[in-house]
Design a protein around this ligand. Structure first.
Ligand code: DX5
Ligand code: ZN
Length: 234
């Protein structure tokens, strides 16, 4: 098992200083930047249009992991990919034809992600795994940062890890919501390859760099030191 990648969510950053926030996360060793796009319909909150993604694209060299929490995501795929999304993730509940939406993301030139709300069963994703470069398990109800982790998400992560491995698929398995340094190791052990964290990174009083160091310490994979060869008895 490798240590999971860390994807700070700028939802909990200061929106007046987003470029500074992503630069601080990058300097602190973030692997990706997670960008939560909300439309006020699919979720009861509003955030970032394509221009914000384009401006973030100029501010950081890290992959931009754009999570669309919007109705009719199909209508926005090309614009978010043109803006610079590296990964573009749609909700299975929001897309009219999720498989077609994933194909459209890849055709536009980004990596395609699929995700599901806490009340949606993993069966909805199983037919889509071949078409996905990223599978995202929501461990809170989408819309806001700072909510408690929903434990039921871990079973979904385990089933999706099993399904991906059985089919020999290398898609990233990401978990989003309520992840802190004290539960990160359990989420990684369930099979996640990417952890999203918003409030735990950007609201840490010691700053994003210190917060990311706490995550790395919590999820470090112990190094196996080779034993010196021992003489066999007899
Ligand atoms: C919720 C978003 C999350 C959010 C996570 O709708 O998808 O990415 O930023 O925030 P925390 O880590 O505070 O739960
Ligand atoms: Zn998110």
């Amino acid at each position: 098992m490798n240590a999971p990648k860390l994807a700070p969510s700028i939802l909990s950053a200061d929106f007046g200083r987003l470029a500074d926030a992503v630069r601080a996360a990058e300097a602190g060793g973030a692997d990706w930047i997670h960008v939560d796009v909300m439309d006020g319909h699919f979720v009861p909150n509003l955030t970032f249009g394509p221009k914000t993604v384009a401006d973030l694209r100029s501010a950081t060299g890290l992959p931009l992991d754009v999570h669309l929490m919007i109705e009719r995501p199909e209508a926005w795929i090309d614009r978010y990919v043109e803006a610079g999304a590296t990964f573009l993730t749609v909700h299975v509940e929001a897309a009219g034809d999720p498989a077609a939406a994933l194909r459209a993301v890849r055709r536009a030139g980004a990596r395609a992600g699929i995700t599901l709300n806490p009340e949606t069963g993993v069966d909805r994703l199983l037919p889509l795994l071949d078409a996905a470069d990223l599978v995202l398990v929501m461990s809170v109800h989408p819309g806001f940062g700072g909510q408690p982790f929903i434990e039921g998400a871990l079973d979904k992560v385990r089933s999706l890890r099993r399904a991906l491995d059985e089919r020999g698929l290398g898609a990233e398995l990401e978990v989003d919501g309520g992840i802190k340094p004290d539960n990160a190791a359990r989420v990684a052990a369930a099979g996640a390859s990417v952890l999203v964290a918003g409030s735990a990174v950007f609201l840490d009083p010691e700053g994003p760099g210190a917060a990311l160091a706490k995550f790395r310490a919590a999820t470090a994979v112990p190094r196996v030191t080779p034993r010196a060869p021992q003489e066999r008895p007899g």
